[in-house]
Design a protein around this ligand. Structure first.
Ligand code: SF4
Length: 270
């Protein structure tokens, strides 16, 4: 994999993308991926506080008043960057919204997606548009509709029970797993589920989303949601919570095999 260091800084908080548009990098799942970070470049901004987040703990210190890139800046920089990359060996397969937190928290997320679709159609119709999201803003109709329009709508599901998700993802606002699943079902299969598996302990409570009971609950939700694919992950980098156990590839393959057996495509990224 191409080095990410030109676009990232390592701080006490973890890895942070220090540019609005970064890469492209070779992504195992998305090919040559040009990243867009809609969040601040100096800190993380998220609705979750995942114990494994490679950007570090969520602080959201400056709330919604922190400086975010503007819609106009993103559109102009994306046009310029695509212009530089098209026809080269680094021509993107995917324009990917990821970065220092939850992209759909950007107040102009839906408009930015619309601009990106137009730019993609005009300049590079072969590129897919991908968004990595935790799904916490799907209650907003504009966000839900924007995600319906993209190619790779990648939604997080790290457990089969509310308790496990609360321990692993630590949502900052009320989280109801039933509501979340019902919302994901409304995509009618036009989504990919990404799930990260780990073991550890937080606040003297054990957390393990790989037990038979946990996997059974998780799989039953996946089957209800009927995504077009499931991405199965392990921890890749240093985590803000110490002592988390990385799940080995063989165990992840077993999980992916369960999904495939149920008729849904699954891929391991270990
Ligand atoms: S949702 Fe993503 S960015 Fe937010 S805390 Fe979790 S891993 Fe980090």
């Amino acid at each position: 994999m191409e080095s990410l260091t030109f676009a990232q800084t390592i701080s006490m908080a973890g890895f942070l993308f220090d540019e609005m548009i970064f890469g492209p990098v070779n992504s195992r799942r998305l090919g040559i991926s040009l990243g867009i970070n809609l969040l601040p470049t100096h800190g993380k901004f998220c609705t979750f506080n995942c114990i494994y987040c490679e950007c570090g703990w969520t602080s959201n210190r400056n709330g919604l008043h922190m400086q975010l890139p503007t819609r106009a800046d993103i559109s102009q920089r994306l046009r310029q960057t695509l212009g530089e990359l098209i026809g080269t060996t680094r021509q993107p397969d995917s324009i990917t919204f990821a970065g220092n937190g939850e992209p759909s928290m950007h107040p102009e997320f839906a408009e930015i997606i619309a601009d990106t679709i137009s730019l993609r159609n005009e300049l590079l119709p072969s590129a897919k548009i991908s968004v990595l999201t935790n799904g916490s803003m799907l209650h907003k109709p504009t966000i839900f509709q924007a995600l319906c329009r993209i190619d790779n709508n990648i939604q997080k599901l790290d457990g089969g029970t509310e308790e496990t998700i609360r321990l692993i993802n630590m949502p900052l606002k009320a989280f109801r797993i039933r509501e979340y699943v019902e919302t994901l079902k409304r995509f009618n299969g036009n989504l990919v589920i990404q799930s990260l598996f780990l073991r550890g302990e937080i606040n003297h409570k054990k957390v393990d989303n790989t037990t038979e009971k946990e996997l059974k609950a998780w799989l039953s939700l996946v089957l209800e949601i009927r995504p077009k694919a499931v991405m199965v992950y392990a921890i890749e980098r240093e985590t803000p919570l110490e002592g988390l156990v990385r799940i080995d590839e063989a165990a992840l393959e077993t999980i992916a095999a369960m999904v495939r057996k149920a008729g849904i495509e699954a891929e391991v990224y270990a």
